[in-house]
Design a protein around this ligand. Structure first.
Ligand SMILES: C[S@@+](CC[C@H](N)C(=O)[O-])C[C@H]1O[C@@H](n2cnc3c(N)ncnc32)[C@H](O)[C@@H]1O
Length: 337
């Protein structure tokens, strides 16, 4: 075909796509065993969708499809039974996040098997109330303050009070028995007659006194108040704890040091992998250059000066914790607090 004919008619697409496989040392390799090349997914997504379309990958694995869809300004939904796959995909998104060019970056939510205890305890109290009542199957009132001790209603219509604390005491139960009645007198009396719960108190835990007061109200006044722990509504776990060590291995000709970084994570679910950002800048967030490190050991060369190294441990429940280490390389290697 002449150049003129090609210009006019174009060429038929070849039935073989020449896309190289991912070499073991390829820079884009993240360590996920079934990872596909970015170039392949770019081609598939470009020819099958337009900007703003929704890409679904229900078996997202190492997250190439999601990362590429995000980069190409598609909306996306990713699903995987493996927590590791979900977390690796999230870290890839962190790595490529560019607030100025990605339309959908930073606007995703992550759904995991378990919820982090510390994150729940420090969540905005009002947000927590609404969310946990929803998880209970009820409806939050959505009112900040002035709720007279009732934050919403359960699926059966009975009032719910939420405390974002541990060891909720006897007075909370006493006061709630009054506010539950004030909230809906007719409903309250109907429930007492039927022996149904007159209300629910949700908290992280309850004191012995609170439990005894519930028993007393039942025995003496035939009032049934249910104490519901957060953990009985949603699965909660604690994020991994981290300890860190830096050992100088050698000195290079230009004065840089090769340093071995060793991190150890402890978690009830067991640590799955570690991710490293060797030049962490807090205002830019965590941008790992190593996403999946199973052993928690890295060798890295650092020039003289102060370095901020961020390391994340991701556990079996998908919970994570990050530590930032300040390392001074200047004649000697010093770990600064
Ligand atoms: C072949 S890998 C996906 C590879 C992916 N295209 C990539 O580039 O890495 C298949 C994924 O499907 C997930 N998977 C298998 N069965 C599943 C199921 N029933 N529900 C959700 N995910 C599942 C596995 O955990 C695995 O991560």
């Amino acid at each position: 075909m002449s150049d003129k004919e090609i210009d006019e008619k174009g060429v038929n697409e070849n039935d073989v796509w020449q896309i190289s496989f991912l070499a073991p040392s390829a820079k884009e390799r993240i360590g996920y065993p079934t990872q596909k090349p970015v170039a392949l997914l770019e081609r598939i997504i470009r020819c099958a969708s337009s900007e703003g379309d929704l890409v679904l990958n229900p078996f997202m694995g190492g997250g190439t499809t999601i990362a590429v869809a995000d980069k190409l300004n598609r909306k996306w939904i990713g699903v995987d039974q493996s927590v590791q796959a979900v977390k690796v995909t999230e870290l890839r998104l962190h790595q490529q996040t560019d607030l100025f060019t990605n339309l959908y970056a930073n606007s995703y939510t992550l759904q995991l098997h378990k919820y982090d205890y510390d994150a729940l305890r420090s969540k905005d109290a009002f947000e927590f109330e609404s969310w946990i009542i929803g998880q209970l199957g009820g409806v939050a009132h959505g009112k900040k303050g002035g709720d007279a001790g009732v934050d919403g209603t359960a699926a059966d219509g009975a009032p719910v009070q939420v405390k974002r604390t541990e060891g909720v005491g006897v007075n909370v139960v006493k006061n709630f028995s009054v506010s539950a009645k004030q909230f809906d007198k007719a409903g309250f009396e109907k429930r007492v007659k039927a022996g149904a719960p007159v209300g629910y108190i949700v908290a992280f835990s309850f004191s012995k006194g609170a439990v005894q007061e519930v028993a007393r109200l039942k025995n003496q006044e035939n009032l049934s108040i249910k104490l519901v722990t957060v953990e009985s509504i949603i699965p909660v776990s604690r994020k991994p704890s981290l300890s860190f060590e830096a050992n100088e291995l050698s000195r290079e000709a230009d004065g840089a040091r090769v340093i071995e970084l060793v991190v150890k994570g402890e978690s009830p679910g067991g640590v799955e992998f570690y991710s490293w950002d060797f030049s962490y800048i807090s205002s830019e967030g965590f941008k790992p250059s190593v996403i999946m490190d199973r052993d928690g050991v890295q060798r890295h060369s650092f020039a003289g000066g102060v370095h901020h190294i961020a390391v994340k441990a991701v556990d079996n429940d998908g919970l994570e914790n990050m530590e930032v280490i300040k390392l001074k390389v200047n004649g000697v290697v010093e770990q600064l607090k």
